[in-house]
Ligand binder design. Sequence first.
Ligand code: GCB
Length: 605
Amino acid sequence: MTPLKHSLAALLVLAAATGIAAAQSQPTVLVDIDHRTTVSLDGDWHTIVDPYFGGLYSFHHQIKKDGYFQDAEPANKNQLIEYNFAKSPTLKVPGDWNTQRDSLFYYEGPLWYERKFDFTPKPSTHIYFHIGAANYRAKLWINGQHICDHEGGFTPFDCEITDALKPGQNSAVINVDNTRLEDGVPTLNTDWWNYGGLTRDVSLVTLPEAFVDDYDLHLSRADRKTIEGYVHVEHANAGATVHVSIPELKVETDATTNAEGRAPITLTPQTLQLWSPETPRLYKVNISSGPDMLTDDMGFRTIEVQGTKILLNGNPIFLRGICIHAEAPYRTGRAYSEKDVDTLLGWAHELGANFVRLAHYPHDERMTRAADRMGILVWSEIPDYWALQFDNPAVLIKAEQQLHEEQRRDRDKASIILWSVANETPNNPARTAFLTTMADKAREYDPTRLVTAALLVHGEGNTKIVDDPLGKALDVIGTNEYIGWYERTPEDAAKTTWNIAYDKPLIMSEWGGGAKAGLHGPDTQRWTEEYQADIYRNQLIMLNKIPQLRGTTPWVLMDFRSPVRLLPGIQDNYNRKGIIAPDGEKKKAFFVLQKAYQDKTLGKA
Ligand code: GCB
């Protein structure tokens, strides 16, 4: 059993204990889905807002047999059916519901999506229903049959629906529920908008009897010449052939699956241009087994730590970065499109960044694809954010599942160099045990990348101390601090020295302050662009005095919606720490940071 299936099985046991009928299929993650030919189900879906969940539960809170998932219409004028999808309003998929309909702006609860689709499955095929992301819990029914359940708002899942389909018209009903949960990942409190809905692409995937569902191909750290790893073929018997070729490198190989369907791969190209920010070279990689064929665009590079240095392809690198939320520029709402991605990463590029921290959850796959093409290194994170229930084993299973789904989707992206297992968590033994397990899991599934987390720091006078015991479990220490904003003055940053208990690379993973774009005044006036710029100037002085600093990602590229930022006239439900406003206006701090990045006056590799 793969770790993912193991976690999901455990979740099913938990679901059964709560009385929810078991689903037919366990969600998986099909790798490279964005390169496969699929039938898109994006577009208008009928929707029913159901705050009391009456479409699923009876008046005595039992699961109904004739819930909305039956997608029924009255057979005669006498029949009682108290819903009607065809007459209900639509929402666009992908897209959060909050920014599509005014009445849903603050909505947190269950909402039903329905659409019909014509589909006649071919014989001897497997049909999967792909959901790029559904925040936060989702249940899928096809033609009234309960197919699968998923928890976690930012990772993809694929459920097999072959047996539920019928030739011709079919019905898909998905319930998405963004109720915040104490035992959720994240939990009740976040500093970002809880955008609900089918926020990423939805599609149908047709696969042959045996098919490539997962692979890992990476450059060997040992010689930086060999491409190694494996391809997994689902439903393959031992002895099935897998073919991998990279025509531009003139290499190909045939390998054979073992009893688990896994075929080891080794390729030794004569000349290989390594992927880096300066040369983000991607190669077309063809993978096939029997009739199943797919192509990926992959870069090959190594990332490792040597003492306090981070080595990319064996060379020390300094990470000039910026944090990014998946907030859509110009229109607001959850980011998902090619245009959103181009704008956000375009700004990062203009800033002179070679690195981004995709906070605080996995972003749309278009983001990491674009980072691959543009040569922007990535810190990818799962939402182990603030005060999760670290002593609850069920929460650990959920967090592991999200980590696994993220890694499975994105191990083919050269841009990703860091898996972050947490942000600003409380320092206590239960937390440390939980996140040490997460760090170990991250390495177990992907030993080729580095593991980090954004830690809290504490201080004494003008000294900041980094000694969180979680640091032991990390390859790279991330630290967040807000000198000049939540504590003391901007000038105090320049006077601060750092005492770091770990002989490891350090990334200052957050710092900054708020400014309302267009608000001007003296350096000492909060919320002005001048105050924010002053924080940036002083922080840069401080950062340059930390010998083991190997990168930084100030908070944050663009203002983003947050339910906890309520100051009228200034915040109006936005966290204003962006160095760019949502309408694209750059604040003064943008140019302070841009100068340091472009002139390379910050940091040593
Ligand atoms: C933090 C959090 C981030 C918040 C930010 C802030 O430390 O990691 O999610 O948005 O501070 O603005 O306070």
